[in-house]
Design a binder for this molecule. Structure first.
Ligand SMILES: Cc1cc2nc3c(=O)[nH]c(=O)nc-3n(C[C@H](O)[C@H](O)[C@H](O)COP(=O)(O)O)c2cc1C
Length: 287
């Protein structure tokens, strides 16, 4: 398939067949990751391949009980790895202080995502599906301990992979014109911004189930793969939407799905976890 068509067709897959990723394909995926662009070509990354069922289950717990992480035959834990770089520098009596530099951290994070996205695209072309799982950032301490990571190694992204059992098809995206600017940033009017998102998500009150299929497919998928004892995930989301009288897509996203006070609270935990892993760069408030 043409690469453009493949990229336009790709969707995050959360339902996997019960068969392994062939070893030769996994090797190719890992080669593609290691061969990705890297700032200064320093490659401050490590990838932990997780395939043992017990480890998959533990990883699924860490990322907030996302059942597809346990069900996927393979998950890759992408880590910023300054440990290897520091040891290399030390072997030649050179100081490496990336752990004190937000700039080095951001470049390393960009490296990670270049590597991971190489895997996503190649996996797709090999008939596999994948899903990023970013919530590992809320369990850094647990993950570092479980995977025996030394100081200055930080798990920042999980990518779960396997042969898709089903692929969601109606995940909406912003129109290209809402995102792309020509030569200079062209701020859109309030109405245009609102229309851009309305076009993306559609109306929230047309049919809540159909809306959630588009806007919160994780809850729908959880009901299929890990039903709750006390009702459904989608039912719970609907109740919260009702209680908060959610009427717009923005309210849904920032009050129900990603409550903003929680995001700020997680931020504090994240900073603590960074410190625990030996990262020590000044943050905005420390200026
Ligand atoms: C940084 C990042 C973090 C993500 N974290 C999760 C996650 O924790 N769980 C999950 O099921 N999907 C996660 N996803 C997948 C997104 O939900 C998905 O990409 C988005 O809904 C768009 O759907 P699409 O990938 O099918 O185009 C993540 C994606 C990115 C890029």
């Amino acid at each position: 398939m043409d690469l453009y068509d493949l990229m336009m067709k790709r969707r995050s897959v959360r339902s996997f067949e019960d068969r392994p990723v062939p070893e030769d394909v996994l090797d190719e995926l890992l080669d593609a990751a290691v061969n990705a662009p890297s700032g200064g070509n320093i490659q401050p990354l490590s990838i932990i391949v997780v395939e043992e069922p017990a480890a998959r289950a533990e990883l699924a717990e860490m990322v907030g009980r996302q059942p597809w992480v346990a069900n996927a035959p393979t998950s890759l834990v992408f880590c910023i790895d300054f440990h290897r770089v520091m040891r290399w520098a030390a072997a030649f009596d050179v100081e490496f202080r990336g752990q004190e530099s937000l700039l080095s951290f951001l470049i390393a994070y960009a490296d990670i995502m270049c590597a991971a996205q190489n895997v996503v695209v190649l996996a797709e072309s090999r008939g596999l599906g994948s899903v990023y799982v970013g919530t590992i950032l809320s369990s850094i301490e647990h993950a570092r301990e479980y995977f025996a990571m030394p100081a200055h190694v930080l798990p920042v992204m999980v990518l779960s992979l396997g042969f898709p059992k089903s692929v969601p098809r109606n995940i909406p995206k912003l129109d290209r014109h809402a995102v792309v600017h020509s030569e200079k940033y062209a701020a859109r009017s309030d109405d245009e911004v609102r229309d851009d998102f309305e076009r993306k998500y559609g109306s929230i009150d047309e049919d809540v189930d159909r809306y959630l299929e588009r806007a919160y497919v994780e809850a729908v998928e959880r009901d299929k793969q890990a039903p709750r004892d006390d009702g459904s995930w989608v039912g719970d989301v609907k109740r919260r939407m009702q209680k908060l009288e959610v009427k717009s897509n923005a309210e849904f996203l920032f009050r129900v799905r990603y409550p903003q006070d929680l995001m700020v609270r997680f931020n504090r935990d994240l900073v603590r976890a960074l410190e625990g892993a030996g990262f020590d760069f000044p943050l905005v408030k420390d200026r």
